[in-house]
Design a protein around this ligand. Structure first.
Ligand code: PLP
Length: 376
């Protein structure tokens, strides 16, 4: 968000900036969803709802998860929140006590670290292997589990790397955590955007309900980032704790957005496939263009809409000490906004969001190519 704000500032000064920073779909919200919101307004569905979300939406969330992944959640195991980020915040505040350890694979989505710190928990970072596409395995996690481990976080497909967890590996990770009574949070924000594998939820494994915590969001799947609807599928006792927190902080998510979300989940799903096909085209283009820059490596993203290239070739030269400085120079000199790898726990990378048009991708990648050739 800071990158986008900096890019916006430059733009306001008249600079032609290409923005690869924003992590949100460039597609409009599908029309059927917008119409449902208009109907909610016309029908005066504009008052408080139950703090944890309407029963109608909770049911719609459980049904969609069942249809997509074969799970069997009930509305009392569901909470509706003001976006997926809010869900993750509340879940971690409800669960983590000072000193509890939370295992987070690297590279990670930036919010996990800060919300764990806010709760007084201790982040334990697990490195993944770039040469293997940053894919997480159970054997990477195991050495980091201790008596104090309360939670392991997984995010497949991953923001920022696009890495996807293999279902067989999910099973091993689940056995590892459930046998020790450790919670496993699966952030399914990008679960529908997979390029070469079928949607899979670790929550569909037998016995998963006790310790697996699903963090879901409508933001990316239905191009609804501004509507702010997320959900959790977690044990009923945890729903209770989180609902208390929510009832004394935000109260219910916006009533109109909740009606729109019901339509998103129950209505036609074609728009998701259309977006996915477009992201795949862009993914292929971006990876090919990045790999064509001398010295640049780029693991292939297998999901989500981010590429996470290694630009180490330009670091340690020409006054560029790290990827933060590289990103600053890319913005000020090449006029391309990207997110530095430091935000995600690695030093030599930048994150490129390809949730933007092919035309913008072409322009931005030309600029990055020229900048790296000049500075490497
Ligand atoms: C990995 C991941 N999880 C969760 C979210 C939360 O999204 P929202 O709060 O818009 O639902 C994001 C948003 O960028 C994300 O990248």
């Amino acid at each position: 968000m800071k990158v986008s704000a900096d890019a916006e500032k430059l733009r306001a000064e008249g600079v032609d900036v290409v923005d690869f920073g924003a992590g949100e779909p460039d597609f409009p919200t599908p029309d059927n969803i917008k119409q449902a919101a208009i109907r909610a307004l016309d029908g005066n569905f504009t008052k408080y709802t139950a703090a944890g979300g309407t029963m109608e939406l909770k049911k719609a969330v459980c049904e969609r998860h069942q249809q997509d992944f074969g799970t069997n959640y009930q509305p009392n195991e569901c909470l509706i929140t003001v976006g997926g980020k809010h869900l993750i915040f509340e879940l971690i505040q409800a669960l983590i006590n000072p000193g509890d350890e939370v295992v987070i694979p690297v590279p990670y989505w930036v919010t996990y670290k800060d919300v764990v710190n806010y709760a007084g928990g201790k982040c334990v970072f697990v490195d993944t292997d770039e040469a293997k596409g940053f894919t997480l395995t159970a054997s990477m996690i195991e050495p980091h589990l201790t008596e104090r481990t309360k939670l392991v976080i997984i995010n497949s497909p991953s923001n920022p790397s696009g890495a996807v967890l293999d279902p067989a590996e999910c099973e091993k990770i689940f056995k590892l955590t459930s046998s020790r009574g450790i919670y496993l949070m699966t952030d399914e924000c990008y679960c529908k955007f997979l390029y070469d594998s079928k949607p899979f939820s670790i929550a569909s494994l037998p016995g998963a309900k006790e310790t697996v915590l699903v963090a879901g969001s409508l933001s990316k799947t239905y191009a609804m980032t501004g509507w702010r609807i997320g959900f959790g599928l977690v044990p009923a006792s945890i729903v209770g704790a989180m609902t208390k927190l929510q009832s004394h902080s935000t109260s219910n998510p916006t009533s109109i957005s909740q009606k729109a979300a019901v339509e998103a989940l129950r209505g036609p799903q074609e728009s998701v496939g259309i977006m996915l096909a477009e992201y795949k085209k862009r993914r292929d283009f971006v990876v090919q263009r990045l790999r064509a820059i001398p010295g640049v490596k780029c693991a292939e993203p297998r999901g989500a809409f981010y590429a996470y290239p290694n630009l180490g070739v330009a670091i340690g030269k020409n006054g560029i000490a790290n990827s933060l400085q590289l990103s600053e120079r890319l913005l000020s000199e090449a006029h391309v906004a990207v997110v530095p790898g430091e935000a995600f726990g690695t030093a030599n990378h930048i994150r490129i969001s390809y949730a933007t048009s092919m035309h913008e991708l072409e322009r931005g990648l030309d600029r990055i190519h020229q900048f790296i050739v000049k500075n490497a």
